[in-house]
Design a protein around this ligand. Structure first.
Ligand code: FES
Length: 105
């Protein structure tokens, strides 16, 4: 699935992500700036925070309890905030756009 990452300054990066990987892993593989992922995907750092594009909110869905409690520690959390290590790539998400927060600029 094609995923577009938009840095806080507006710079866009599109990657081809494999089904079953996380959105965070797709970013790291292509060295996308703005996804730090300090904890390596364990839902324990909140440095892979992204804002999901409004058109994809239904497909991406809501965070589970563990992710939500980690998001409580993140800065500038919005209703479309997710941790990208907790979003699994699938065909449905082709064209997904996620934006990075200022804290990861
Ligand atoms: Fe640490 Fe996602 S990589 S919470």
């Amino acid at each position: 699935a094609k995923i577009t990452f938009v840095e806080f300054d507006g710079t866009e990066h599109s990657v081809e992500a494999k089904n079953g990987a996380s959105v965070m892993e797709a970013a790291i593989r292509d060295s996308i700036p703005g996804i730090d992922a300090d904890c390596g995907g364990a839902c324990a750092c909140a440095t892979c925070h992204v804002y999901v594009d409004a058109n994809f909110m239904d497909k991406v869905g809501q965070p589970n309890d563990m992710e939500q409690s980690m998001l409580d520690f993140a800065e500038n959390v919005e209703s479309n905030s997710r941790l990208s290590c907790q979003i699994t790539v699938k065909d449905d998400l082709d064209g997904l756009i996620v934006r990075m927060p200022e804290s990861q600029a």
